[in-house]
Design a protein around this ligand. Structure first.
Ligand code: GLN
Length: 250
């Protein structure tokens, strides 16, 4: 068996600036590695599936965040347990904020988060917008696009996903951190979509999910020559996209 169960978390309300492309990317890459991706969309009120190997969540307007918050709390224990258990997760922007401790929106509404990530977020009037390159120890340069009003501050000891140069805002426009990494959970402000241009991050999520479920990630045992070639072509295109995106001004 080579099935991998991917959950797309709240795609109806939390999916902007192409974040659903992250789901397409892991699905396509898993298939080209010779595995069978199975995607479940989880929206408010849906049943929680029996098995989850990876969870991908997108960004959203403050209004979208308010819509899903009650349901998120119904699933908070499950999500915290899965995160503690090492399930790989990628939470972009609006869901990154709600995986933290709280998000106080610019209109003063306080949304409690589920506390997977030791961070809190406070909305401000000036939005932080622009193309962004961040430097990460684990994944090299990560390339994307940020657009948020929330300033996020990491608690002491919480590892950022990466660091931004002076021209980028990242978590808060002040301390040069971007995102957070807790266990195998990545929270980040990077839209884009993120994963098509950052195969190293996609492959981390894939490898972690496969190793947790099957003990080892062995594409060479599952992949045929056509799949290998297709993946090489995709990687070459991603490399080109990275070069172009990285050269774009903010
Ligand atoms: N609504 C949040 C903010 O503006 C998140 C935005 C987003 O997901 N792009 O900070």
């Amino acid at each position: 068996m080579t099935t991998i169960d991917i959950m797309s978390l709240y795609p109806k309300d939390m999916n902007i600036y192409g974040d659903s492309g992250n789901v397409l990317t892991v699905t396509r890459r898993l298939a080209l590695y010779g595995y069978e991706p199975r995607v479940t969309a989880y929206n408010q009120g849906d049943e929680w599936p029996d098995h989850v190997d990876m969870i991908l969540g997108g960004g959203g307007q403050d209004t979208g965040q308010k819509k899903i918050i009650d349901d998120l709390f119904l699933r908070a224990d499950t999500l915290r347990d899965l995160a503690a258990d090492g399930v790989p997760m990628l939470m972009i922007c609006g869901l990154y904020q709600l995986f933290g401790e709280y998000f106080e929106t610019v209109d003063g509404t306080r949304l409690d988060g589920i506390g997977v990530i030791g961070a809190y977020t406070v909305g401000q009037d000036v939005r932080m917008i622009g193309n962004l390159v961040e430097h990460s120890d684990d994944f090299g340069d990560v390339i994307g696009y940020e657009n948020h009003s929330g300033q996020t501050f990491l608690r002491d000891g919480v590892r950022p996903f990466g660091r931004v140069d002076a021209d980028g805002c990242g978590n808060n426009g002040e301390d040069h951190t971007e995102g957070a990494r807790v266990n195998n959970v990545i929270g980040t402000y990077m839209h884009g979509s993120l994963l098509p241009k950052n195969p190293a991050v996609a492959d981390f999520l894939i490898r972690t999910a496969v190793e947790r479920r099957y003990g080892a990630f062995e594409p060479e045992r599952h992949q045929n020559a056509d799949q290998r070639e297709a993946l090489a072509r995709i990687n070459a295109t991603a490399e080109q996209a990275r070069r172009v995106a990285a050269s774009r001004p903010r």
